[in-house]
Design a protein around this ligand. Structure first.
Ligand code: OSB
Ligand code: MG
Length: 377
């Protein structure tokens, strides 16, 4: 089902971009590195009827994918934002087509599209959740747990999240920190919903190690091999009982269809940033739902802007597994929105206000802004 009721075009008068530095409550370590401060870009679409907000989820360094914040900043200011400002009356459904000639830079496209969507939907007094086709008013909340000092520290960290009520645990793994870490969590907590994320740290030569994870009854293993290793993922999936779930590899609806056709993935992590926007994310949801493939909503340490939009996306009917949509407090002591996502009985509420459904806290935003540019038409 595409979007049932499109939004009316907006007259985009300008776009404000800000780089934020948001301190993390604790360092976040994956197979590709450690972050202590979230460097992210916030987009504000300016119209005569009010503003719209979006978020460009690049990391500071190109370690998760080829995109990174200073590159995103450059392409947004030099190419993508000027194209949008020149596009005339702009319906949110047209943003992807306007930006399509520019290769790649999907996270930037997604952030710009979200700001236009938010402005357009606020102007019509509609919620993003309603627009995207949400069927729930709250979503189960999973938490992504970074690599810790050792398995004992991991167990204590996971214990804290379970005590808070998280509905699903995902642990990061890398070579040398896989079977032992997973065994420690399984032994400590029994049959909790558990999955692992390798962020492309392995090759097919590691197939025996990865097969050892089969005994832990994991919900899935996320992105064990490189982004472009679709055929190798298919070969690996043949040898594992644990379902393979692609994250980094799924950059579009087409990539999802191809990976499914090749048997490279049997579950998909949907991230709007990675695929170029919330509308492409819905398209992936739709094709997976049609094919009986479960999807779940991934995360990129979003601020309250992207976190609200992710909750709306995760409320679509095909999102049948808990997403990485934790409470804002899992990452931040102070968010940039006035009602940050909180954990209630293992769930996060889907914002039902207009647009993304949350309001910006202008003081909090200014306090974490390290760069700001405005382009006007
Ligand atoms: O691989 O899912 C990932 C964060 C940054 C980059 C990649 C990933 C992640 C996470 C965190 O796992 C998910 C979240 O936002 O909670
Ligand atoms: Mg991942």
């Amino acid at each position: 089902m595409p979007i049932a009721r499109p939004a009316a075009p907006i007259a985009l008068q300008g776009v404000e971009l800000r780089v934020l530095h948001l301190p993390l409550v604790s360092p976040f370590t994956t197979s590709f590195g450690t972050e202590t401060v979230r460097e992210v870009i916030v987009v504000r679409a300016l119209t005569a009827d009010g503003d719209g907000w979006g978020e460009i989820v690049t990391g500071a360094a190109p370690l998760y994918s080829s995109e990174y914040t200073q590159g995103a900043w450059d392409v947004a200011l030099r190419w993508l934002t000027p194209a949008l400002l020149d596009a005339g009356p702009l319906a949110p459904e047209r943003v992807a087509a306007v930006l399509e000639p520019f290769k790649g830079h999907r996270m930037v496209k997604a952030g710009l599209e979200l700001a236009v969507l938010d402005a357009a939907l606020r102007a019509e007094s509609r919620s993003l959740a309603d627009y995207l086709g949400a069927v729930r008013d709250r979503v189960p909340s999973g938490v992504s747990v970074g690599l810790q000092r050792d398995p004992a520290a991991l167990v204590e960290t996971v214990r804290g999240y379970l005590d808070e009520g998280y509905a699903r645990i995902k642990i990061k793994i890398k070579p040398g920190r896989d079977v032992g870490d997973t065994a420690a969590v399984r032994e400590a907590f029994g049959g909790i919903p558990l999955q692992v994320d390798a962020n492309s740290a392995y090759t097919l030569a590691d197939i025996d190690t990865l097969a050892e994870l089969d005994r832990f009854d994991l919900l899935l293993i996320e992105q064990p091999l490189q982004e472009d290793d679709i055929v190798d993922h298919a070969a690996l999936a043949q040898h594992l009982r644990t379902p393979v779930c692609l994250d980094e590899s799924i950059t579009s609806r087409k990539a999802a269809v191809d990976a499914l056709a090749l048997g490279a993935t049997s579950v998909i992590n949907v991230k709007a940033g990675r695929v170029g926007g919330y509308l492409e994310a819905v398209a992936i949801h739709d094709v997976c739902r049609e094919a009986g493939i479960p999807v779940w909503c991934g995360g990129m340490l979003e601020t309250g802007i992207g976190r609200a939009a992710n909750a709306a996306l995760a409320a679509l009917p095909g999102f049948t597994l808990p997403g990485d949509i934790s409470a804002s407090s899992r990452f931040y002591t102070r968010d940039i929105v006035t009602e940050p996502a909180v954990l209630e009985d293992g769930h996060v509420r889907v914002p039902l206000g207009h647009g993304i459904g949350v309001e910006i806290d202008p003081v909090a935003l200014d306090d974490v802004t390290v760069a700001r540019e405005v382009l006007r038409r």
